[in-house]
Design a protein around this ligand. Structure first.
Ligand SMILES: C[S@@+](CC[C@H](N)C(=O)[O-])C[C@H]1O[C@@H](n2cnc3c(N)ncnc32)[C@H](O)[C@@H]1O
Length: 369
């Protein structure tokens, strides 16, 4: 690699807390990125950690996740090259809102579920002020940082349980994780410089999308590499169950029902990759729609459905496949990363092309390139 290609690696991706994030696996994944890649798509981008690696590598990056709170991180850190949150922006976000009456969703739905009343009111007030930031990328940055602050504040960093307030009052838990009792405002202020410092310009026109991947693929072209990190079907695939609160806060849903003890929104968005009954046909669709993207890297786990062998057979219809594995020594890799479970990377390259031609005696010759 030329020295020039390392120049963006001084920037640091703000550490994510997201089930299945590949943050700790980036050096391993990076080894399998084909030389000569110029444009790459991170198709199921989640925390954006792989999209950020691609941006650091100098690629033109297309990033996509069907959940909008993830897309907001993509706008803030991948699409955005220069815009930061300044002191004045933070002042605007914290000021008492004149539009309080229209912003009480978090207080009404989540008080005593995840927050004490005062914190819920702070979040509603902050949410009301986001639209006062005139620049859309600043708004995305505000979403990215406040959502990360909420994740820090809530025990286990997801919202698929009802233990938040129990743990926030448990001295043993607090000793291990002070964030449980810190005001979200304080966590936000601490994170602003970390996010600001991670923003850089790689001189490419990068884009973040918020679509089902099957809708996005037909509209994009000239991509060298697709990275697919779908939910691991049958093993922690319900991202909307775990992260409903961040999506509700970002979308500020008015027309949804909030159900169960955790108050997740209903109806949910349709993924197509999280339920056994539709995952295989949607993988086939996705691979067909990716026919013009020569190289694919697919993250997978040995506990997912379909199993490794069946999935390899499925991919083999479209690409040559090599399987790379990394075994977790402990359970810290995120979703499905129980000790002893394996992170898998399918490294997929174009099948060799066959050209049929005729020799001077007009005999058919099968040439392999
Ligand atoms: C395993 S996670 C990706 C983790 C990511 N690579 C990272 O490092 O943070 C899978 C992601 O796929 C998203 N997703 C699920 N179904 C989708 C679909 N049909 N189209 C686009 N994104 C989808 C989920 O919201 C989730 O963020």
């Amino acid at each position: 690699m030329l020295f020039n290609e390392y120049k963006y690696f001084d920037y640091q991706f703000p550490e994510p807390q997201y089930l299945g994030a590949k943050y700790t696996l980036l050096p391993w994944i990076n080894q399998f990125v084909p030389k000569g890649t110029k444009t790459a798509i991170d198709a199921f981008s989640g925390s954006q950690s792989v999209a950020y690696l691609f941006k650091q590598s100098g690629f033109k990056v297309i990033s996509n996740d069907f959940l909008n709170f993830n897309n907001q991180i993509g706008k803030a850190l991948i699409e955005n090259n220069t815009i930061k949150l300044e002191k004045e922006d933070v002042r605007i976000l914290f000021q008492p809102s004149k539009n309080k009456n229209n912003f009480n969703l978090i207080e009404n739905v989540f008080t005593q579920v995840f927050f004490e009343k005062e914190e819920a009111q702070f979040l509603d007030n902050f949410r009301a002020n986001i639209s006062l930031l005139t620049n859309k990328l600043k708004q995305s940055l505000a979403f990215a940082i406040i959502n990360r602050s909420i994740t820090r504040k809530i025990t286990m960093g997801h919202f698929g349980h009802t233990q938040a307030l129990v743990y926030a009052n448990d001295p043993e838990r607090i000793k291990r994780n002070r964030s449980l009792v810190r005001p979200i405002k304080e966590i936000f202020e601490e994170l602003v410089p970390k996010y600001n410092n991670s923003i850089f310009d790689n001189n490419q026109d990068n884009k973040s999308y918020n679509l089902n991947i099957l809708e996005l693929l037909p509209s994009i072209e000239n991509i060298d590499l697709a990275y697919f990190d779908p939910p691991y079907c049958d093993s922690h695939a319900d991202y909307q169950g775990f992260y409903h609160l961040l999506e509700t806060y970002t979308e500020y849903w008015k027309e949804k029902e909030f159900i169960n003890g955790i108050k997740r929104y209903e109806p949910q968005r349709f993924s197509g990759f999280d339920k056994k009954k539709d995952v295989i046909s949607n993988f086939e669709k996705m691979f067909e729609l990716s026919e013009n993207i020569p190289n694919w890297l697919i993250s997978y786990n040995n506990r997912s459905f379909p199993g490794i062998k069946e999935f390899e057979n499925l991919i083999s219809k479209y690409r040559n496949v090599k399987i790379e594995t990394k075994t977790y020594q402990n359970g810290r890799g995120g979703k499905g990363s129980v000790a002893g479970s394996q992170e898998i990377l399918f490294v997929c390259s174009p099948k060799k092309k066959y050209f049929v031609s005729f020799n001077s005696k007009n005999q058919l010759v099968d040439e392999k390139f």
